[in-house]
Design a binder for this molecule. Structure first.
Ligand code: ADP
Ligand code: MG
Length: 262
């Protein structure tokens, strides 16, 4: 490589860095060498570099979205055993993975007892939404209420509300495990009503609708919250035995000597 070429390469890399094009910065020399070998013209070379930068940029953005969503674990529909949960309609879930409900600002309600896969399905849907470019935020309801109360004390509530209103999908997991205080219930209701017809929500709960008053306290708030959540809503019921229990029992049985006949 001549002095001029070296100088150009150094300057080019400097400019690519200043332009915040890290993949082009890292790959330009390698791709230039390959293009020279394959007789690819200048525009073809530039095209290859731009494509690499775009692919990498999308991958980095998807990673950022996943991290920002704060999922408790990584779950997909591929690892969900639909046979073990016949009340869950697989074609419906596969359709929901396409995220049209988010474009239409619709909600999803997952109702069923503990251990029946509600958090698993909500997380799988959330991860799919991140993959499609949506901004998602996952909360356990008790954590959300605690955070709302804290930011309210610090006079930062409007900032948090703005942040939440910028999301495409809010996942509220485990509504109903702990009865909220009156202020907590009002703060939660405020989030639900602000999201109504603007941001999609996935809510999971172990409570049948008639018991929601236990969580939100007042009949008025409960009625209004249910009204908003269920207006444009896909309801998935995960009836049956806890998967954790079933799994544990299966593993325990696996360790024992199997009976002669089953
Ligand atoms: P819930 O939120 O309804 O209490 P989870 O989604 O937390 O239940 O499920 C409990 C555990 O069992 C998780 O590890 C989850 O991945 C697993 N699980 C539940 N249902 C299924 C299923 N049908 N197929 C595979 N794993 C399941
Ligand atoms: Mg759960």
């Amino acid at each position: 490589m001549g002095t001029n070429e070296t100088k150009s390469a150094v300057l080019l890399k400097h400019h690519l860095k200043a332009l915040k094009l890290p993949t082009m910065h890292g790959e330009c020399e390698k791709i230039a060498g390959r293009c020279a070998q394959d007789n690819v013209d200048h525009l073809g070379f530039l095209l290859q570099l731009c494509e690499l930068e775009l692919i990498d940029r999308e991958r980095r953005a998807a990673e950022r979205r996943l991290k920002a969503a704060k999922f408790p674990s990584s779950k997909t529909l591929d690892t969900f055993d639909f046979k073990a949960r016949p009340s869950v309609n697989k074609p419906m879930l596969v359709e929901l993975l396409r995220c049209q409900y988010i474009d239409q600002r619709e909600n999803i309600l997952l109702v069923g007892n503990s251990g029946t896969g509600k958090t698993h399905l909500a997380t799988a849907l959330g991860i799919a939404a991140c993959g499609r470019g949506c901004k998602v935020r996952f909360f356990r309801v008790t954590e959300l209420i605690t955070q709302l109360m804290e930011v309210r004390e610090e006079k930062q509530l409007s900032r948090m509300r703005t942040q939440l209103s910028k999301q495409d999908l809010l996942i509220l997991d485990e509504l109903g495990y702990v009865p909220a205080s009156k202020i907590g219930a009002e703060l939660l209701f405020d989030i639900i009503s602000t999201a109504y017809e603007r941001t999609s929500m996935i809510v999971t709960t172990n409570l049948p609708f008639e018991n929601w008053t236990e969580v939100l306290g007042s009949e008025r708030l409960t009625g209004a919250a249910l009204d908003r959540l269920t207006h444009h809503c896909h309801i998935i019921e995960t009836h049956g035995e806890s998967y954790r229990l079933k799994d544990a029992r299966k593993r325990r049985r696996g360790r024992k000597t199997p009976p002669a006949t089953d």
